[in-house]
Ligand binder design. Structure first.
Ligand code: MN
Length: 256
């Protein structure tokens, strides 16, 4: 038996569970909101070409328009100015699309404080319990935020602006620069906290991870179905030439 045939058998025998971590992609999918002086990303929008009618009697199909960073998506290094020379989405090596992941669960803290940020001490504690962060693997941050499916719930604007969880600047710098983690995955619309415009530096997960030639996964769902360690992530962005990111289907393989 080979490793691959063992894997195929485990999948058909359902000894390996396939968990879909992808949010539905539609006009309703929440998107990032920036202050009005900046360019804005766009909602996913269909333009129908034909639907079994005069425009095409036997077939249904659409054009669509969307921001690269809409819904469940993959951030390439060139998305951020710190990573502008580190490569576009079409250049991400294919082996990056199949990587292990660990999950840190801060659902309780976020329920008590929507501005909660993961600090180095939380990761130190996680590592004491579960071992080192994975070389070449994803760090997925389970916050429970994906239960918020509308624009207002997801962005959660308050008097201080968008209010959603993330990671502190110090912690982001440490993970990006001092560990072998290949990227950060989150349930929110982007990898940074809602208030990260006011962090130093601003948007530190983007600045440090992408600056280090690493990656981001945003708007993940179903992280509650993953173990703290041992999941294998399949994340496949479109090969958009010169793109800064792409909506993607993200799956996890979990051995029960
Ligand atoms: Mn993004």
């Amino acid at each position: 038996m080979s490793v691959l045939s063992d894997l195929a058998r485990a999948l058909t025998d359902r000894k390996i569970r396939v968990v879909d971590l992808t949010a539905p992609l539609s006009h309703e999918t929440p998107i990032l909101e920036l202050p009005p002086e900046f360019g804005q990303t766009q909602r996913f929008t269909f333009e129908e070409i034909s639907r079994y009618d005069d425009r095409g009697p036997g077939w249904y199909w659409n054009n669509f328009r969307t921001g690269e960073h809409t819904g469940t998506h993959f951030d390439a290094p060139n998305h951020w100015v710190t990573g502008k020379d580190q490569g576009d989405i079409s250049g991400v090596p294919a082996e990056v699309f199949l990587r292990p992941a660990v999950v840190i669960d801060v659902t309780e803290q976020v329920a008590a404080d929507p501005n909660f940020v993961i600090e180095r001490e939380h990761l130190d504690q996680w590592q004491q319990e579960h071992g080192p962060l994975p070389d070449g693997g994803w760090l997925l941050c389970r916050t429970g935020w994906s239960a918020r499916t509308t624009q207002q719930e997801m962005i959660n604007n308050t008097d201080t602006g968008p209010t959603s969880p993330g990671m502190s600047a110090e912690c982001a710098q440490w993970v990006a620069e001092q560990t072998g983690v290949i990227g950060i995955g989150v349930e929110t619309v982007g990898t940074d906290a809602g208030a990260a415009h006011s962090f130093d530096p601003a948007f530190p997960c983007h600045a440090f991870f992408l600056g280090a030639g690493k990656y981001g996964l945003a708007q993940l769902q179903n992280l509650d179905q993953l173990p703290a360690t041992g999941a294998l992530i399949i994340a496949t962005p479109l090969k958009i030439v010169d793109g800064s990111g792409s909506p993607c289907r993200v799956l996890a393989l979990v051995e029960d």
